[in-house]
Design a protein around this ligand. Structure first.
Ligand code: HEC
Length: 132
């Protein structure tokens, strides 16, 4: 018998993993709620973060425009995306977002994102940072 129970279980695990990985992240349903709850107070009209950097998270287009110096999202490449690097603790603690270190540059204080929220943002960028 070529098809053993062990092979079947193995294939089931692989297909489960594959669907888990290919699950499409939605900007409106998954990413925007994270940005609204954790970033908008500073990165909305007249917020501290918006005034200093020009970065607004009020909608998809503003997120894609980035700061006054340029984009913070590289579609398909989270590792090169400033926004991901800032929330995933891949930068100097002083500039991590939301600011949650005692030595953070920003005056206000936010709570760091949960690993699940960081993962949602990573997937969204790696899946092409689409609007839907
Ligand atoms: C307590 C206020 C505050 C919160 C909350 C906050 N930010 Fe910021 N953010 C700032 C400030 C202030 C700056 C400007 C930093 C500076 O240059 O001094 C900034 C800058 C940035 C920049 C530009 C960095 C650069 O390289 O120019 C990005 C991108 C950013 N924030 C993303 C986020 C994201 C994403 C969130 C939510 C997960 C967030 N911020 C939450 C205050 C905040």
């Amino acid at each position: 018998m070529l098809v053993t129970l062990r092979n079947i279980v193995f294939l089931m695990v692989i297909s489960l993993l594959a669907t888990g990985c290919s699950e499409q992240v939605s900007f409106e349903n998954d990413v925007m709620p994270i940005l609204s709850a954790n970033c908008l107070s500073c990165h909305g009209d007249n917020g501290e973060g918006f005034n200093k950097s020009g970065f607004s998270v009020k909608d998809y287009d503003s997120v894609m425009i980035g700061t006054k110096f340029g984009t913070v999202i590289v579609p398909g490449d989270s590792a090169s995306s400033t926004l991901y690097r800032l929330v995933a603790h891949l930068t100097d603690p002083k500039i991590q977002m939301p600011p949650h270190h005692e030595d953070a540059l920003a005056v206000g204080r936010g709570v760091e994102l949960t690993p699940e929220q960081i993962e949602t943002i990573r997937k969204w960028i790696d899946q092409g940072a689409k609007k839907e």
